[in-house]
Design a protein around this ligand. Structure first.
Ligand code: HDE
Length: 736
């Protein structure tokens, strides 16, 4: 019997470990099927089919009669189709993800015994799923919303999930409020309106009535809620976990990860337009970057508080509506996350992946954070209704280490476990619990005492201080965006009770802000407040604090606008320099048929035409000269709109030769002086121009430095800055 058990163990081990032990991709490959022309169409039960097109019928070849229900092939095909959909996630339904790895650079052995955080020789396979929260599966990517940022580490000691967001706090303190906050944000119950939006009565009614949400709604109104890319977002575990070391000591911990590319956002007008022009914008962006080999990376860090300091802060460290400010608890970066492989199939991987906050490995523990405790119940529970009780057996969810226990049966169980016993203890001593020294999960012996009651820690009752801290820490541009976002949202609330009361709530954050919003949306401007702004700031809250380790234009999309008669030399130089810098040049012309250069110097096949693609989908524009090309673009309303819109969205625009006047004309702003002559490179608020182009004068952009002499250097520097905020501060962006 012992042999049978160990044989079974080996088989199960092989099934879960795959051919290369511990490697998730190899594990998945062991069951992945490829389709080829050598395969033949079969039913699900393996019988080859001779027709893919005709249902079995009674009749003749010139008069086909009724369909026969007897046809098992047709019935199977239709039945499988009828049942293709599973319930979408009740929140975070819209999402996409990728595979990658976690590399630990620095052991934190003094804090935890989890090998994933102590063994620097390891690479741990991961899957990350990004999502919006409120919208359903088919909603747009660029809506204003919190972004889910869920990590699954396939460690050699079992799966560890951090089910995080791109904002470090949350709307509620106690999990019992989750259905309320989500019901209030989701489409309203009477008419199922609006989709994927917080801009409606119920959302803001709840925010007013539930003051603990105040800090979080300020994050949701900030630029963090409209990211440029999943690759340019910070991630946060939000909840307070614990780390337990080999000496049995415990520290409180929050997990944070910061993108190599810096934290960047869309501008609101762009986000609104993209929702219609390219609803899959973020999903495609992630896919494109990985396919192009520009792998997104994040530094992975921990904020740590020793148990003895638990009560040493003015806020409660278990309160998920509060950040641990970096000046009080700095983040220590210890490793790196990288995404480097797109999924093979969306449904079986991205859709079926199931995250549970309760999935932790030995050396990591929970805390008494009442949000986390409730989440531990909820995620496990929701997977059962979404995927079924055996959800952990699905290929994407199964661990890369051995799994063996006495859990059995249930819908869609497919592990076959040989042996005559399915319980512990048993006469064969089969599958005993592991000792701690064998890696068994070590429970921290936490002392707990008290009364049984519906309790809340006293410090949880303060709701405005960190909302003020966040607002005060924003740059002037970010503050303007918050004002505009609040004004947009409250304008969508038709019920005066909702927007007039919310204006008064804003006075608890900042009197000036509440007065400015009142003026825009209606409602009486408050003149005093019970909670004056304390004026304090904290680092790392403004997203301008994360400009990216080194400026780069890698993976940035740059449109090159041309028409027949374009300057081939300038075009080729720019195209080559962009490609060398690993940006993505996209050639855009009035038509998607070949475009010929001036003097027959060459021809180009555009990627898209001006109507099919829009300026919102790129990070910057380059327009080479060529009299005929520029004249054609100048006579094309859509081309002018491209330039104006890119300018309004604060994007860098490069133009050479005759195109310099085109840009000048398209933007036509008094006070914006785009130089239209000479052989000097000009940079006017991110409009980089060079009128007289000579062979080789564009440069190759080796360095991205401010004030550089070469055209490409200046142009690329501008792109690497993402946006030209000076234009917004000058009031130009809203004038074009
Ligand atoms: Fe979630 N959340 N959540 N949440 N959440 C879900 O689980 C829940 C919260 C987050 O890509 C659900 O598998 C409760 C905070 C992400 O698959 C559900 C509470 C944070 C994802 C659920 C919270 C999150 C979810 C729905 C309050 C940031 C998507 C489908 C106590 C730290 C994961 C599912 C993915 C998904 C419950 C609060 C992030 C219903 C009860 C705080 C990223 O179980």
């Amino acid at each position: 019997m012992a042999n049978i058990i160990s044989d079974t163990m080996q088989k199960v081990q092989h099934a879960v470990l795959g051919p290369r032990g511990g490697d998730k991709l190899a594990d998945l490959a062991s069951e992945t099927k490829e389709m080829s022309s050598k395969d033949r169409l079969t039913t699900d039960y393996g019988v080859k089919q001779t027709s893919a097109d005709d249902w079995l019928k009674v009749g003749s070849h010139d008069k086909a009669g009724p369909l026969l229900l007897e046809d098992p092939f047709a019935r199977e095909k239709i039945m499988r189709f009828d049942h293709e959909r599973i319930p979408e996630r009740v929140v975070h339904a819209r999402g996409s993800g990728a595979f990658g790895k976690f590399k630990l650079h620095e052991s934190i052995e003094h804090l935890t015994m989890a090998p994933v955080l102590t063994d620097t020789s390891r690479e741990t396979p991961i899957f990350i799923r990004f999502s919006t929260v409120l919208g359903s599966r088919g909603s747009a990517d660029t809506v204003r919303d919190v972004r889910g940022f869920a990590l699954k580490f396939y460690t050699q000691e079992g799966n560890w999930d951090i089910v995080g967001n791109n904002m470090p706090v949350f709307f509620i303190q106690d999990a019992i409020k989750f259905p309320d906050v989500i019901h209030a944000g989701k489409p309203e119950p009477h008419n199922e309106v609006p989709q994927a939006q917080s801009a409606h009565n119920n959302f803001w009614d709840f925010q007013f009535n539930h003051t603990e949400a105040t800090h979080m709604f300020m994050w949701a109104m900030s630029d963090r809620a409209i990211p440029r890319s999943f690759r340019m977002m910070q991630g946060f575990g939000v909840n307070t976990y614990t780390l337990i070391n080999a000496k049995g000591e415990r520290h409180f911990v929050r997990f944070t990860w910061t993108p190599e590319l810096g934290v960047h956002s869309l501008v609101w007008d762009e986000a609104l337009k993209l929702a219609g022009q390219d609803p899959d914008f973020h999903r495609k962006d992630l896919w494109e970057a990985i396919e192009n080999g520009v792998y997104p990376r994040w530094k992975f860090g921990v904020q740590v508080i020793p148990e003895a300091n638990e009560h040493g802060f003015e806020f409660d460290i278990l309160d998920a509506t509060k950040v641990w400010p970096e000046d009080l608890v700095p983040t220590r970066y210890i490793g790196e996350l990288e995404l480097n492989r797109n999924p093979d199939e969306f449904f079986t991987q991205t859709e079926q992946i199931a995250f549970c906050t309760s999935h932790i490995v030995s050396g990591i523990g929970f805390s008494d954070d009442p949000l986390l405790q409730g989440r531990n119940f909820s995620y496990f529970d929701t997977q059962i209704s979404r995927l079924g009780v055996n959800f952990q057996e699905l290929p994407i969810n199964r661990p890369v280490c051995p799994v063996m226990n006495f859990n059995r049966d249930g819908a869609m169980r497919h592990t076959v476990t040989r042996g005559t016993v399915n319980y512990w203890p048993n006469r064969f001593d089969a599958c005993p619990p592991a000792a701690e020294k064998e890696g068994g999960y070590v429970e921290y012996a936490q002392k707990v005492a008290g009364i049984k009651a519906r309790l809340r820690n006293d410090k949880f009752k303060e709701h405005f201080s960190q909302a003020q801290l966040f607002y005060n820490s924003m740059s002037p541009v970010e503050k303007t965006h918050i004002l505009k976002a609040l004004s947009f949202e409250l304008d969508h609330c038709e019920d005066p009770v909702v927007y007039t009361r919310m204006v008064t709530r804003l006075a608890d954050i900042d009197l000036g802000l509440s007065q400015a919003v009142a003026e825009l949306v209606g409602g009486e401007a408050p003149t005093s407040t019970a909670h004056p702004n304390h004026g304090r700031t904290a680092p790392a809250l403004s997203q301008t604090d994360f400009p990216g380790a080194t400026p780069t234009i890698a993976s940035h999309r740059v449109a090159i606008l041309i028409a027949d008669g374009y300057d081939h030399a300038a075009f080729t130089a720019a195209h080559a320099a962009l490609t060398a810098a690993r940006a993505t040049p996209l050639v855009i012309a009035p038509k998607r048929s070949r475009v010929t250069a001036a003097d027959g110097a060459g021809a180009t096949q555009p990627h898209h035409h001006l109507e099919g693609f829009r300026s919102t989908m790129v990070d910057a524009l380059f327009i080479p000269g060529g009299a005929q090309s520029v004249a054609a673009l100048a006579a094309n309303g859509r081309a002018l709109h491209w330039i104006r819109e890119a300018f309004g969205h604060l994007k860098t625009i490069g133009a050479t030769g005759e195109a310099v006047e085109l840009v000048q004309r398209a933007i036509a702003l008094p006070g914006l002086l785009v130089a239209s002559e000479g052989s000097e490179v000009q940079d006017c608020h991110g409009v980089v121009t060079l009128r007289d182009v000579r062979p080789g004068s564009l440069g190759e952009a080796v360095q991205l430095v401010k004030g550089a002499k070469g055209f490409m250097e200046q142009f690329f520097y501008g792109i690497a800055q993402h946006r030209n905020w000076e234009r917004e501060l000058a009031g130009w962006s809203s004038q074009v």
